[in-house]
Design a protein around this ligand. Structure first.
Ligand code: 6PG
Length: 468
């Protein structure tokens, strides 16, 4: 009898199946029969005879080979396929069995599915898994959540397959129902911003400082001895150096980026919960705008060309490393603020220090920044925003002036750096004790009698007859 069943043999499913088997667990695998994928299970089992997977047969065969309570990890596309697989499984399951959704599902779908399944006695765990194909094989960062009743049943397995950092597994029971998928969604929102920030740094070095790909890789390499050290910086350096047939692949890639929804959900959730996440939103918008390529190309033909001779390139080069660091930390602070707010709204009691800790390795946004964030939340668990921490302020104050300087220099030309600007504006807005929004309240009251509150008037609402 096998310890775990993996349903869905896409890249992530296969890698996770191998990871579990390599850690000594018995694994059964299954793939919903689909046109063109009829032999996927058979081939996988054949290619990995040493690990002795159980595969093949029908759903009942797959399930009969699992120890009770059965643990079935779904690695299928998010959305309808998850519901459809659940429907196929449930008639064959017993009370107490556990379904784990390891895909990038929308957390509200997870909450719904969990309720539906708990009603028929089946446990449902929504688990964020980060690290891509390689991470899934060698050790991902894992964010499971669901009923605490099954935590002890699952954690011993997850702890073994997760990435390890300084002897600690990068997995934590995030909370109840949709908490794990929510936290993974925020991870991805931060991932979007981090990728966009690095892309903007690449654009500045290329278009303003006139560096070629290898020089940019060199510049980025010199940043690695700092908080910048990260998986995304590392792969960026590799990408910049990668040539095939003597040509850089990067230079041949169309400047249009796709997305599968997690970044968009993060932005929508920020708006719904009333938490501004401008750098993350800017990264999302940059992807959307990238898709409007023909319009951009057409419009750019009519724009006056930049005369870049008066740009202070040396100053940019000197300040870029720290400026970019400020932006990366600011994007992280937005993500953590949104998690804190959601934690209260959905009663998840999220442990932000633990979350930062499990992001130190295995996941896509792993970096040297995360251990310091984990330390800050460990020291001050009650803070609502990272800006409240003196340690975080110190990091930002040390770098934000460089961001300001870079933005000031860049402002005289047409190079779009939406994420850097949004991050800086976020910092500046969050430090403004008094915003000009009093004028908006007056305008609202003027044309719509919406009333306003006064600085010294408590909760009382006032209205003025503005028109004389
Ligand atoms: C990870 C990644 C992974 C994937 C997402 C984002 O943490 O391993 O975030 O989940 O890259 O699908 O993809 P999009 O950029 O297509 O939204």
């Amino acid at each position: 009898m096998k310890d775990i069943g993996i349903l869905g043999l896409g890249v992530m499913g296969k890698s996770l199946a191998l990871n579990f088997a390599n850690k000594g667990f018995g694994v059964a695998v299954y793939n919903i029969p689909m046109l063109g994928e009829e032999t996927i299970v058979e081939k996988f089992v054949q290619n990995n005879l040493k690990q002795s997977f159980f595969g093949g047969g029908s759903i009942p065969d797959f399930l009969q080979n699992l120890k009770s309570p059965r643990k079935i990890l779904l690695m299928v596309k998010s959305g309808d396929p998850v519901d459809s697989v659940i429907q196929k499984l449930t008639p064959h399951l017993d009370k107490g069995d556990i379904i784990i959704d390891g895909g990038n599902s929308f957390f509200k779908d997870t909450i719904r599915r969990q309720k539906e399944l708990e009603n028929i006695g089946i446990h449902y765990v929504g688990m964020g898994v980060s690290g891509g194909e390689k991470g899934a094989l060698l050790g991902p960062s894992m964010m499971p959540a669901g009923s605490f009743d099954v935590k002890n049943e699952l954690m011993p397995l997850f702890k073994k397959v997760a990435a390890q950092k300084e002897g600690e597994p990068c997995v934590a029971w995030i909370g109840e129902n949709g908490a794990g998928h929510f936290v993974k969604m925020i991870h991805n929102g931060i991932e979007y911003a981090d990728m966009q920030i690095l892309s903007e740094a690449y654009a500045i070095l290329k278009n303003v400082c006139g560096q070629m790909n290898e020089e940019i890789a060199e510049t980025f390499s010199t940043w690695k001895d700092s908080f910048h050290d990260s998986y995304l910086l590392e792969i960026t350096i590799e990408i910049l150096r990668f040539k095939k047939g003597g040509k850089f692949i990067l230079d041949q890639i169309l400047d249009v980026a796709g997305h599968k929804g997690t970044g968009l959900w993060t932005v929508k959730e920020g708006l719904d919960l009333g938490v501004p996440i401008p750098a993350i939103s800017a990264a999302m918008n940059a992807r959307i705008l990238s898709g409007q390529r023909s319009l951009r190309v057409k419009l750019s033909e009519n724009l006056p060309k930049d005369t870049r001779s008066n740009i202070d390139v040396e100053s940019i080069k000197k300040r870029l490393e720290k400026g970019i660091l400020a932006a990366r930390f600011l994007a992280l602070s937005e993500g953590f603020h949104l998690m804190k707010t959601a934690s209260e709204k959905y009663h998840w009691n999220l442990n932000l220090s633990e979350i930062a800790k499990i992001w130190r390795a295995g996941c896509i946004i792993r970096s040297k920044m995360l251990p310091s964030i984990a330390e800050i939340f460990e020291k001050e668990p009650s803070i609502f925003h990272l800006f409240e921490s003196a340690d975080f302020q110190k990091i930002i104050e040390d770098s934000v002036n460089s961001l300001k300087a870079v933005m000031r220099i860049l402002s005289i030309q047409n190079l779009a750096t939406p994420c850097l600007s949004a991050g800086l504006q976020y910092y500046q807005s969050m430090h403004e004790s008094y915003s000009p929004i009093n004028l908006i309240q007056a305008q609202r009251d003027f044309f719509g009698s919406h009333s306003y509150r006064k600085l010294d008037g408590g909760d009382e609402n006032f209205h003025t007859i503005w028109e004389k």
